[in-house]
Design a binder for this molecule. Structure first.
Ligand SMILES: NC(=O)c1ccc[n+]([C@@H]2O[C@H](COP(=O)([O-])OP(=O)(O)OC[C@H]3O[C@@H](n4cnc5c(N)ncnc54)[C@H](OP(=O)(O)O)[C@@H]3O)[C@@H](O)[C@H]2O)c1
Length: 250
């Protein structure tokens, strides 16, 4: 379904910035936010020059500041009149094995990827309930399929929680005009993984990975594994393989 106005969090780099470019190409207006405003302004200039008819507004937002989340989402709605889709994309890949003195990094990941995502979902749902329509997109991960070791433990737990949050909303909203999509992303090149891009199997370039994300979002699928190959085939294996087999696969 064509949704004319899209709000994207974490739009200053990686998947968020590339989604903004691709949605602008499809003819959608954009409300973009992140903590770093210089890359947001540069992205706005780039999109406005390529698509002069598109409206792009940017705002600074730290998603871990609850009050600011509600304030920024409401201000964007006031700017555009309606917000038709919200992509909860801001996220962090920090983390360390539990008990190794890095609680601060694990806590920051938990607060950003889950508690702040909850605040964004609350603020989006408040707008959608008032409008009686809207599309909420939660950017989860293939790591939501299973508990994962070491630096991934907290990250995987936050993404599993985010996926369940989305499913709970889908359950509540069955047959209603507000839609919810949970995207389980595989490895897509971005700032988050630039240190490991050469070492990881199935990594795809940013534009290619984001094309799969945008296609799934536009279809408003309930759940999607992106890119579909190999991740749709790997999802049930990741979910059900006994841990010793999982350890050999990942
Ligand atoms: N790339 C992958 O392979 C992959 C796979 C699965 C899931 N994902 C998910 O995709 C999403 C986007 O990640 P990415 O790969 O594009 O990484 P990225 O390039 O590091 O982008 C992360 C974005 O989140 C923003 N962000 C982080 N903390 C924030 C905060 N406290 N407040 C506001 N914005 C914040 C960053 O903006 P500022 O620093 O400017 O605030 C940045 O724009 C994340 O949720 C990630 O978990 C990515």
């Amino acid at each position: 379904m064509f949704r004319p106005t899209i709000l994207i969090t974490g739009a200053s780099s990686g998947l968020g910035a590339e989604m903004a470019r691709q949605f602008a190409t499809l003819g959608q207006d954009l409300a973009l936010c992140a903590r770093r405003t210089d890359p947001l302004e540069a992205l706005k200039a780039e999109i406005s020059s390529a698509h002069p008819d598109r409206r792009v507004e940017v705002r600074a937002l730290d998603v871990t500041d609850d009050e600011q989340v509600f304030e920024v989402f409401r201000s964007f709605r006031a700017d555009f009149g309606t917000i038709d889709r919200v992509v909860v994309n801001a996220g962090l890949g920090k983390g360390a094995p539990l008990g190794t003195g890095r609680y601060a990094a694990n806590r920051e990941t938990a607060m950003t990827n889950f508690v702040a995502a909850l605040a964004q979902a609350e603020a989006a749902m408040e707008i959608f309930r008032a409008q009686e329509s809207g599309h909420l997109v939660l950017v989860s991960s293939m790591s939501a399929m299973r508990g994962l070791p070491k630096s991934m433990t907290v990250y995987a737990a936050t993404k599993a929680a985010l996926s369940h949050l989305g499913e709970g909303l889908q359950y509540e909203l069955l047959g209603k005009p507000i839609k919810v999509t949970v995207l389980h992303c595989g490895y897509i090149a971005s700032e988050m993984n630039e240190q490991v891009q050469q070492q990881v199997r199935f990594m795809v370039p940013t534009d290619q990975g984001v094309r799969s994300m945008v296609a799934a979002i536009e279809k408003e699928k309930a759940h999607a594994y992106v890119p579909p190959l190999p991740w749709t085939a790997l999802a049930p294996v990741m979910r059900h393989a006994p841990l010793p087999l999982l350890k050999r696969l990942l």
